[in-house]
Design a protein around this ligand. Structure first.
Ligand code: AMP
Length: 171
């Protein structure tokens, strides 16, 4: 049995001093481990009537697309500003230093959608909370948020108190 955490590489001081970057490229390179991670991500939500998986640029695209494929639903990308070609709904949110923005196509989801949000990692939870807000602005509801990695000390989960949060590996 493969252990997912042995395929996550810690890179100290990337991209800035003091950050312990969790590199998921060894995990996604290994087909068996990737498959295990995707199955564990979606397992609690099978039978929950999910109609779409949404994922954030850019590592959320990898895990989100595969989760969507396994659930038999479509994938909706949340992207950095200026990348989506059609009309968008945007949201700004605070980062530890500065701010960031995410966009979604205005017709990507609607009130009939029940969404699983997927990303590689939750740190402060700002990205995921903003993503949930964007999805809800289109009228869809969030079934849960699923992450491969959760950095527990940053308490990102508290920003998602309204939602079910599922993470595979805790640091
Ligand atoms: P946050 O909004 O603080 O929860 O940050 C989450 C986003 O930043 C995710 O899309 C992650 O991919 C990325 N991220 C934040 N911290 C790390 C880290 N230590 N290692 C890898 N990615 C990170």
């Amino acid at each position: 049995m493969h252990r997912i955490e042995t395929f996550i590489r810690n890179i100290p001081d990337f991209p800035k001093p003091g950050i312990q970057f969790k590199d998921i490229t060894p995990l996604v390179k290994n087909q068996a481990v990737l498959r295990l991670a995707i199955h564990q991500l979606i397992h609690p939500f099978i039978g929950n009537n999910i109609t779409a998986v949404a994922g954030m640029e850019s590592r959320g695209f990898i895990f989100g697309s595969l989760a969507a494929w396994e659930l038999g639903v479509g994938f909706v990308p949340l992207r950095k500003p200026g990348k989506l070609p059609y009309d968008v709904q945007s949201i700004s949110y605070d980062l530890e230093y500065g701010s960031a923005e995410l966009e979604i196509h205005i017709d990507a989801l609607n009130k009939n959608d029940h969404v699983l949000l997927v990303d590689d990692l939750i740190a402060t939870g700002g990205t995921a909370a903003a993503s949930c807000e964007l999805i809800e602005q289109l009228g869809a509801d969030i079934i849960a948020c699923a992450f491969v990695i959760e950095l527990d000390t940053l308490k990102g989960r508290e920003k998602l108190a309204k939602y079910e949060v599922h993470s595979l590996i805790h640091y």
